[in-house]
Ligand binder design. Structure first.
Ligand code: FMN
Length: 198
């Protein structure tokens, strides 16, 4: 199986889509996205990530209210999060599908370096879901901007778990564009700052 071309295009064209048209995502597609999360790598295959597919409109509404409150709290310190600021838009938690992403520290490894591999694994699952949703023709965005303890309470998850955020996806109502730094500004050869790549 040669997937080189298609994966490259998929990676380059995935965007953070924050505006959604109403419309059901078939359960089969949501399951495909969850499958992508299931197959994400984790330290020693401990599989510390857990996912909550929020289907209930009342739970979604609670999350929506918390998303607004979370932005409002951040705006106290950083004006970019004020309603008229560049990051002031409150993410939509009601129109799209909502997958909350959690990680259980009890499924961590003990080793010589930082012990947050359980969170890294969950982060990889998020990107896997994002790409899979894009490959199915959906737009999506990961939202990390939460007062996490309140989110855990809404979702009834143990306090000790990390709530990474929510991955929302659905029918895109916008097609954002954005750029990246060139590789030369990101990659060093041999040592930092290294020599030119070519
Ligand atoms: C760890 C992480 C946290 C993010 N948190 C938010 C968020 O809280 N709200 C939001 O609208 N977008 C969030 N994003 C989306 C980024 O803003 C977006 O990926 C970035 O601007 C690059 O745009 P692109 O994904 O379209 O390439 C987050 C992305 C990542 C990787």
């Amino acid at each position: 199986m040669d997937v080189r071309g298609s994966i490259g295009a998929l990676i380059r064209t995935r965007r953070a889509v924050r505006a959604f048209k109403p419309g059901m995502v078939p359960d089969a597609d949501v399951n495909e996205v969850l499958e992508a999360a299931r197959w994400a790598p984790s330290p020693a295959n401990r599989q510390p990530a857990r996912f909550i597919w929020v289907k209930s409109s009342s739970v979604k509404r609670e999350l929506q209210e918390l998303a607004r409150e979370s932005k409002e709290l951040s705006a106290y310190w950083d004006p970019i999060f004020r309603p008229d600021g560049p990051s002031g838009r409150v993410n939509d938690l009601e129109t799209p599908e909502v997958i909350a992403v959690l990680a259980d520290p009890a499924k961590s490894l003990t080793n010589v370096h930082a012990d947050n591999g359980f969170e890294w694994a969950a982060a990889m699952a998020i990107y896997a879901m994002w790409l899979r949703a894009h490959s199915l023709g959906y737009g999506g965005v990961f939202v990390q901007h939460w007062i996490t303890e309140k989110a855990k309470k809404i979702l009834n998850v143990p306090l000790s778990w990390t709530f990474l955020g929510t991955f929302t996806f659905g029918h895109a109502a916008e097609a954002p564009t954005i750029d990246r730094l060139p590789l030369d500004q990101l990659v060093s050869v041999d040592r930092y700052p290294g020599r030119p790549r070519t």
